[in-house]
Write a protein that binds this ligand. Sequence first.
Ligand code: KG4
Ligand code: ZN
Length: 364
Amino acid sequence: MLVLGIETTCDVTAAAVVERFDDGRGRILSNIVLSQVSEHAAYGGVVPEIAARAHVEALDYIIAQAMAEAKLRFDSIDGVAAAAGPGLIGGLIVGLTTAKAIALVKEKPLLAVNHLEAHALTARLTDGMQFPYCLFLASGGHTQILAVRGVGDYARLGTTVDDAIGEAFDKTAKLLGLAYPGGPLVEQEALQGDPQRFALPRPMVGKPNADFSLSGLKTALRLEAEKIAPISDQDVRDLCASFQQAIVDVIADRLRNGMRIFREHYGSPTALVAAGGVAANETIRRVLNRLAFEVGTVLVVPPAQLCTDNGAMIAWAGAERLALGLTDTLDTAPQARWPLANVMSRVPTSSDAVDADSPMSGIA
Ligand code: KG4
Ligand code: ZN
């Protein structure tokens, strides 16, 4: 089964073709990703209007490239998938409308994919993971611990009550005068910094649940920086190292609880799977590895280009849904907010109550 996938939820315009075999294995035929980072860099974050326009300008070409690289015509594919949420509504409209147009003209099934579900299922494409596994998803827009029990069967074990981890890295970078996106730069600075120099808080540590809260950490870091202003290059390194250490300690504590909750409800996970841009951080990976070992499982991290936003993960989630007959109608509406718990086996349509104007905190 061949599926075209389209991703436009945030600042990446992407399209890919993926094949899913009857035995559940998958293969990527093409995966074209265009990052808009340079267009947003000057603003220190993603500007929704600029993102939507950039998607409009690039998407047709990116899809054509994905089809050409896969050496396929639209007639030979079995379905068209697009991320229908959560994300910035302008981009979602561009991607989903384009998918609908192809589905309508070529008489192919439409798959309106939840972007988080796509992150959650990627490890089945890359590593043939069997259910159930524990997913740690940490990107610029999301921080979640999930039990992935089956296609459309997800339980959220923990989430952030304010900032996402990647967002906290980006805000820290901005505060310290580093470029956007700041995660990789904070990690680099931290390499030569002293993680003990600043006593930053470890929010939520010790609480029995598996939730995160990171905005207090960001504020504490700002106060420390203000106390010693003007800050030197070494101060920046020490602040980055202290911040990263606080995050790592928080992740270890929260995920330990998340894995415990997983075991209590669903038994042993087949793996701890990490996804999202933050999973690229070496120090964070080390702690994930240790945690997995501690609870007697293994850490699985898909290749970096499939951990961050891409079209292959959307195509794959579409293929997994198509294999179960979970197709969507052409009146399916995009949703800026769309929690995974609402995914299940059907996607809401425009006749459901959808608040498309809600704040766009749900970007992925
Ligand atoms: O998944 P992703 O590529 O895009 C979305 O957010 O959708 O994640 C990007 C986020 C950014 O916040 C970025 O700063 C963070 O992941 N990130 C990192 C690292 N690389 C990327 N955070 C910490 N350490 C890194 N090495
Ligand atoms: Zn994402």
